[in-house]
Write a protein that binds this ligand. Structure first.
Ligand SMILES: [Fe+2]
Length: 389
């Protein structure tokens, strides 16, 4: 029986050159505009000064700040404390997933007192009321889909580290402005790892045990884009069709994960990312093949009534670009495709981050199975880590 809810999406403005429409989208919110960017690529690109000129021509009162790395409780608190007096009417974040998460968190924390740590899921004991300053997300990478999600991921790295969310359905950005040209400057390694993150965020909601017909149709549409454009966007940085395809895939992945959850790859992304300073997309890229290979092996050897194997086969059809062969053939094809992507996109292994077998128990203790289609025992999680080492 169908039984589900679907969280709203932002107003989505998608297309090459859309960045030019940003000033017109900002002004209805008021005059005082807070702009958050990363420290490097967007600020050194051709669009930054044009945007500043266009915003000031609108008579907007602008305050600009930059952030680096994945947001921490401390960095969000400092950002909020330094800028609360400005009292912005709208917050804009232009950058990768970390910048958008920082901007999303800032827009929410400007309306409440206390540290963001107090409001994080599984960390603090306060419930955020869902109030926020209007928020516009402008991604410069194609990966996290944060421009369409209701959570901001906040990290603290170390032995008692965590990667947890500030989450509320109201935190879905008011506007997602997605201009694929902004991803042209994204270097190949970031294109690869953020693209693999988007791939994971489409596959996991599709296989999720809380998937629904809405998320399935959007996941299939996104996976089609990944199958056509992930490798091309990596090899041809300024190929607009490939960049557009991956920007679309990332946007769809955000909508899918916000509504159908994520699986075990993201369980590892949370545990490993809390313990070690490794970027989110990179962990997803590393874990994608071993998690899915062992998941398929387990599903095949069990008498599970899950429809996950037929869904894996459907994804295999998408990547093969044909139909008519057996489910097993397409599942094997998909596994080979993910494995070959690992090599072609030059994805490293866990040992490259100084992670060893000695760390496995700590990682496994913090790894949640989330909405994965099959439950994994501790020994199987260790087996996955061994394969990823
Ligand atoms: Fe992700």
């Amino acid at each position: 029986m169908m039984n589900f809810s679907f969280t709203s999406t932002p107003d989505i403005h998608f297309g090459a050159g859309k960045i030019k429409s940003l000033p017109g989208l900002v002004s209805p919110f008021g005059k005082k505009t807070f702009l958050l960017t990363g420290r490097k690529s967007f600020r050194s690109g051709i669009y930054y000064q044009q945007l500043l000129d266009a915003l000031s021509e609108q008579g907007l009162q602008l305050r600009i700040s930059a952030v680096e790395g994945e947001p921490t409780p401390q960095s969000v608190d400092v950002l909020r404390d330094e800028n609360a007096g400005f009292n912005p009417d709208v917050v804009i974040a232009i950058g990768g997933g970390s910048v958008i998460d920082a901007g999303k968190a800032l827009s929410a924390m400007l309306t409440v007192h206390g540290s963001i740590r107090d409001y994080l899921e599984g960390v603090g004991d306060r419930v955020h009321p869902g109030t926020k300053i209007p928020f516009i997300a402008v991604p410069t990478t194609a990966g996290t889909g944060s421009e369409c999600t209701k959570n901001a991921v906040i990290s603290e790295t170390g032995s008692s580290g965590f990667k947890k969310s500030l989450r509320h359905r109201n935190f879905v950005p008011d506007i997602a402005l997605i201009d694929p040209r902004l991803t042209f400057d994204c270097p190949p390694f970031i294109t690869a790892t953020s693209g693999m993150d988007a791939f994971t965020q489409l596959l996991e909601p599709y296989l999720s045990n809380i998937a629904n017909p809405f998320t399935d149709s959007l996941a299939v549409a996104g996976l089609e884009q990944v199958s056509m454009h992930l490798k091309r966007s990596y090899h041809q940085a300024d190929e607009l069709r490939a960049r557009s395809g991956m920007s679309m895939a990332a946007c769809l992945s955000g909508i899918c994960l916000a509504n159908a959850g994520l699986g075990l790859v993201h369980g590892f992304a949370s545990s490993i990312g809390g313990l070690f300073p490794v970027a989110h997309g990179l962990i997803c890229s590393v874990m994608m093949y071993p998690v899915n290979k062992i998941t398929v092996d387990k599903l095949r050897s069990s008498l599970s009534s899950s429809n996950a194997l037929s869904k894996y086969a459907r994804v295999g059809e998408i990547f093969a670009g044909d139909c008519g062969k057996s489910d097993d053939w397409y599942i094997d094809f998909l596994m080979e495709t993910i494995h070959s992507l690992h090599h072609e996109l030059q994805i490293p292994h866990l040992s490259d981050f100084n992670i060893s077998e000695n760390d496995f128990d700590a990682i496994v203790a913090k790894t949640a199975n989330r909405n994965h289609p099959v439950n994994m025992e501790k020994e199987e999680l260790i087996q996955i880590l061994e394969k990823a080492l």
